[in-house]
Design a protein around this ligand. Structure first.
Ligand code: FES
Ligand code: MG
Length: 584
């Protein structure tokens, strides 16, 4: 039967193009006949339809300037697909722009993952190019593709360019926070804050520091899900467009060889990604995202093992917020190849990548090293241990984390008095009051910003310093919450306290004046209140978890898991746990 024979059923494993996956009606021949008729409505010929079909997930949105180069990227991917003998077919999915999504972009990540998964299942395609960049989009796409199971490759939109403010290099969004903190402390005036506002986002593309977007870009490459060097070229460069073209071509190879995602997203790949997360001083959010992606593959993240891995993985990348530079400098320093070469003894070099070659083979092919000062050698790290430490104790029986590389070393062993805020509104109402009873040695505690609390686990864990202390020159305090923190933020900030306060975790029962002890060295977070007293408080003021009447919010509140399970919906994770990562 010739490939354009309308009776072709697609039952053949090697089948590509519109034939694959078309046996879903009783009469497979008729089904194919119909679909061909309809797609020919776009002007396509039989000849075009015989090629492998490469879906391209288009996540352009006027609300997402981080994806503002989407038209050019799609054009380059299409070119790559066609040069390699495939047929590109773009389709839209939800886009999530970090700065505009309410109540928080995280509330929508699982929705985007469901959209992505179901569109990959519903539409005939032999492989898919996922184009994402802004914080939640890459995790959502990887989660969806992991569940859909077809050959998939990630294309990153790329970072924005840095700006220049009165002679200083600036970029979103570590500098957004730094300048705003100075403005709150009356250290800079209204004119200056307006001027810097024009420079913080100098082009389309994702935040230019090692925030969540850059972290997930590096992680996607470390997982083997991008072409080599795909993590770092800035959004507006010709290098980014060449990455896009190459991505299209590789997608065709993957379609032809049926290189499905389960062969790439293995235990080894996740361990490599964790190593990279620690070595880049990456965003704490990435732990939640990696946990969710792994959960789709039936793998559970062991936070204690991750912490052990952290103790032997130095931070090597000198990017804000842990260091000095920006993503464009990381790219100029050779990007991921330079980093991975440095991490070689700690990596599984036999992990497979989208190219069909292993990570080790790709490193052999990468450009040779050269002198640079953005990615340090292992014997001269930015920070001797991994960026993220996992804490435990009676305040966080299910764990909590701290980004130690962005914290004040003087506060990492600290005992203080709790100053408690019951939620975001309470915080907004009182944090700047002159009569707030607070001093620099106190510990700020914010409740009800966990997965169910806000809901969606917003990035409100970066609790602002009380204005009266900021004016006195206080730069950092210990802050604790069940929420997340932007990857671009810095400070001695304990996050992801599990279980969260909204479902009655111990955090719910902390009161003003309680003593709390943080020891990053011992990995402990303890409330110095007896179990009996906590039980008494729980009885006196029982917690009612939040509910919703209808819609997505109801789905969210009834099925969302805690941080230690990736804040995914319980029904989206793989039904069976096959293993635990990291094994380290
Ligand atoms: Fe999109 Fe920062 S707002 S990456
Ligand atoms: Mg962010």
């Amino acid at each position: 039967m010739s490939s354009s024979d309308p009776r072709a059923t697609g039952a053949d494993e090697q089948a590509t193009g519109m034939r694959r996956g078309l046996v879903n009606y009783g009469d497979a021949g008729f089904s194919l006949f119909l679909r061909k008729a309809f797609i020919k409505g776009s002007g396509l010929t039989d000849h075009a339809l015989d090629r492998p079909v490469i879906g391209i997930a288009d996540t352009a949105s006027g609300y997402n300037p981080c994806h503002g180069n989407m038209p050019q990227l799609i054009e380059a991917v299409q070119r790559g697909v066609m040069l390699a003998g495939g047929l590109p077919v773009k389709f839209p999915t939800i886009s999530i722009g970090e700065s505009f999504a309410q109540p928080t972009s995280m509330y929508l990540r699982n929705l985007m993952s469901m959209d992505t998964e179901e569109m990959l299942r519903a539409q005939p395609m032999d492989a898919v190019v996922l184009i994402g960049g802004c914080d939640k989009t890459v995790p959502a796409q990887l989660m969806g593709a992991a569940s859909a199971g077809i050959p998939a490759i990630q294309l990153i939109t790329g970072s924005m360019l840095t700006g220049s403010h009165r002679g200083q290099v600036v970029g979103a969004c570590t500098d957004c926070r730094r300048f705003w903190a100075q403005f709150r402390a009356d250290a800079i005036d209204a004119q200056e804050i307006a001027d810097v506002n024009n420079q913080l986002v100098a082009s389309v593309g994702t935040c230019s520091v090692m925030g969540t977007a850059s972290t997930m870009a590096c992680i996607a490459e470390a997982l083997g899900m991008t072409v080599p060097g795909g993590a770092s070229p800035p959004a507006v460069t010709s290098a980014r467009m060449r990455v896009a073209e190459e991505t299209g071509a590789v997608a065709v190879q993957m379609a032809k060889s049926r290189l499905t995602i389960d062969r790439i997203l293995t235990e080894k790949a996740f361990e490599n990604a964790m190593r990279v997360l620690l070595a880049i001083g990456g965003s704490t959010n990435a732990i939640v995202h990696l946990t969710a992606i792994a959960g789709r593959m039936g793998l559970e993240v062991d936070l204690k093992a991750l912490d052990r891995m952290g103790r032997e993985t130095p931070v090597l990348v000198d990017l804000k917020p842990s260091g000095q530079h920006y993503m464009e400098h990381f790219d100029a320093a050779g990007g991921m190849a330079t980093l991975l070469r440095e991490l070689k003894p700690l990596l599984h070099l036999d992990a497979l990548t989208v190219t069909g070659r292993t990570l080790g083979e790709e490193l052999e092919r990468a450009a040779p090293p050269f002198p640079q000062d953005v990615i340090r050698p292992r014997d001269n790290p930015i920070y001797p241990q991994g960026g993220i430490a996992v804490l435990e104790g009676n305040l966080a029986p299910g764990g909590a984390i701290i980004k130690q590389s962005a914290a004040d070393p003087k506060l990492m062993e600290h005992e203080g008095r709790a100053v408690v805020f019951e939620g975001l509104q309470d915080l907004a109402d009182r944090i700047d009051r002159d009569d707030l009873d607070v001093s620099a040695d106190d510990i700020l505690v914010l409740k009800n910003i966990g997965p169910k609390g806000a809901p969606g686990m917003p990035e409100a864990g970066y609790i602002p310093l009380p204005r009266k202390l900021a004016r006195q020159g206080v730069k950092d305090m210990v802050r604790i919450s069940d929420g997340r923190m932007s990857g671009t933020a810095f400070g001695t900030i304990v996050l992801h306290v599990t279980p969260e306060s909204a479902i009655g975790g111990p955090l719910a029962h902390v009161r003003n004046g309680d003593r709390i002890r943080l020891s990053v060295e011992r990995r402990e977070l303890n409330l110095l209140v007896s179990d009996a007293e906590l039980a008494r408080r729980a009885q006196e003021q029982p917690v009612t978890p939040p509910t919703a009447e209808r819609g997505y919010r109801k789905l969210f509140l009834t099925t969302v898991t805690q941080a230690d399970r990736g804040v995914d919906f319980d029904f989206l994770a793989a039904p069976e746990v096959r293993g635990r990562i990291p094994k380290a």
